[in-house]
Ligand binder design. Structure first.
Ligand SMILES: Nc1nc2c(ncn2[C@@H]2O[C@H](COP(=O)(O)OP(=O)(O)OP(=O)(O)O)[C@@H](O)[C@H]2O)c(=O)[nH]1
Ligand SMILES: [Mg+2]
Length: 371
């Protein structure tokens, strides 16, 4: 079976003063799509004063996209913006022909689902997926049930008309039960983790968490510093599960934790579901914020990480900012100015891959654990 073909759609909402240009957002989305195994067949853009409540994009644009989707023979139309359940359904109706309409959140959930390895990671992803699907499932069934009741010979088709409402209730109950079960499991795992952390705290070993935007080089740095064998790859979300290793800095021990990267517009369900994993970050004594210094959006990416951390309640945490991948920076290119976070003690330029600039990092770590 060949890869599914996708048409990407992005909107610029003129009243939003976001500093993330549409093209950059779409190029990141293409990268995510490829990570999910999709083939990008084309991109469509629209500038809007505000989203259309029924279809997000304008209705004229929606028909235009339907034509383009047909011409390009795509299986999936992927929206960069988060679609409400009714918008998704309306667009699917306009596009017809079994074309799936998904948004960035659904895609990210999909990538996470395909790559979660640990028991905990899998539970977190399933929970986020069910929570994302529940309102969509509900309204879809409500809608079909109404349609089946109201009109005979409607297009609701086989298997939908019959039990309608009752089936809906059964489905919803099952999903809710499963959500409750997953939440319980996660709480148990989180408790075990926090006991673990408590023990570490008693042993007074400080914890440093590697944080940063997806693909910044956190795992590469983790491997270089600890000799761990964490998967490091040129794709978004190579890491989903935290890994912790002990290293020696000067005379002291330090626990280093590698964590999942952030991306812009990360679905809030997912952040909530990954809270247990992110506890490692929330409780860390020190953060090592890894920035891909040669990425054109380095400053915005760093800003996004700081924003996400703030959302998790992580503020005023001692931070060492690492400007990574300087080996790729062309001579004379200035380093990106990412030091707007006031808690950052210093920024260190290095190459995790080639292990250049590590002396200064080790020194900074030593100083940090002394305090
Ligand atoms: N040129 C260069 N490439 C690097 C450097 N550090 C990491 N990379 C590359 O960047 C890509 C991403 O590295 P990872 O270590 O997986 O990045 P990550 O931050 O852990 O990514 P996620 O886990 O997906 O968030 C890989 O292809 C690395 O080889 C560096 O210093 N220089
Ligand atoms: Mg990683």
């Amino acid at each position: 079976m060949g890869a599914e073909r996708v048409l990407i759609v992005g909107c610029e909402i003129t009243r939003d003063t976001g500093e993330w240009p549409l093209e950059e957002s779409l190029s990141e989305l293409s990268q995510l799509a490829r990570t999910a195994g999709l083939r990008v067949a084309g991109k469509e853009r629209q500038r809007l004063a505000s989203p259309n409540p029924a279809t997000y994009i304008g209705s004229g644009k929606a028909s235009q996209i339907a034509e383009r989707a047909f011409a390009l023979d795509v299986d999936v139309v992927l929206f960069d913006n988060e679609l409400a359940p009714n918008q998704q359904r309306n667009l699917e109706q306009i596009l017809g022909d079994g074309i799936k309409v998904i948004d960035r959140s659904a895609l990210i959930l999909d990538v996470f689902a395909a790559h979660a390895r640990s028991h905990e990671g899998k539970i977190q992803v399933e929970l986020a997926q069910l929570e994302y699907r529940l309102p969509r499932l509900t309204r879809m069934w409500t809608h079909l049930a109404r349609q089946a009741g109201g009109r005979s010979g409607s297009n609701s088709g086989v298997g939908v008309r019959g039990p309608g409402e009752t089936q809906l209730e059964v489905d919803r109950r099952r999903v809710r039960q499963r959500i409750a079960r997953l939440r319980r499991d996660l709480t148990n795992i989180a408790n075990a983790r926090s006991e673990h952390r408590e023990r570490r705290r008693r042993n007074r070993i400080p914890v440093a968490a590697l944080v940063g935007y997806a693909n910044a080089g956190k795992s590469t740095l983790m491997n270089a510093l600890t000799g761990a064998n964490v998967r490091a790859e040129n794709r978004l979300f190579a890491t989903l599960d935290p890994t912790t290793r002990r290293i020696q800095v000067g005379k002291k021990s330090l626990l280093l934790t590698d964590t999942v990267g952030f991306v812009q517009k990360l679905p809030s369900d997912l952040v909530a579901a990954f809270r247990a994993t992110l506890e490692e970050v929330i409780e860390a004594d020190l953060l090592i914020h890894v920035v891909d210094a040669c990425h054109p959006m380095a400053r915005q990416q760093a800003g996004e990480v700081v924003r996400a951390l703030r959302e998790l309640g992580v503020v005023d945490r001692p931070t060492i900012t690492v400007l990574n991948k300087v080996d790729q920076l062309e001579d004379g290119t200035p380093l990106p100015d990412v030091m707007d976070s006031s808690d950052s003690v210093r920024a260190i330029a290095l190459s995790a891959l080639h292990q250049h600039g590590f002396e200064e990092l080790r020194l900074a770590l030593e100083q940090a654990v002394q305090r």
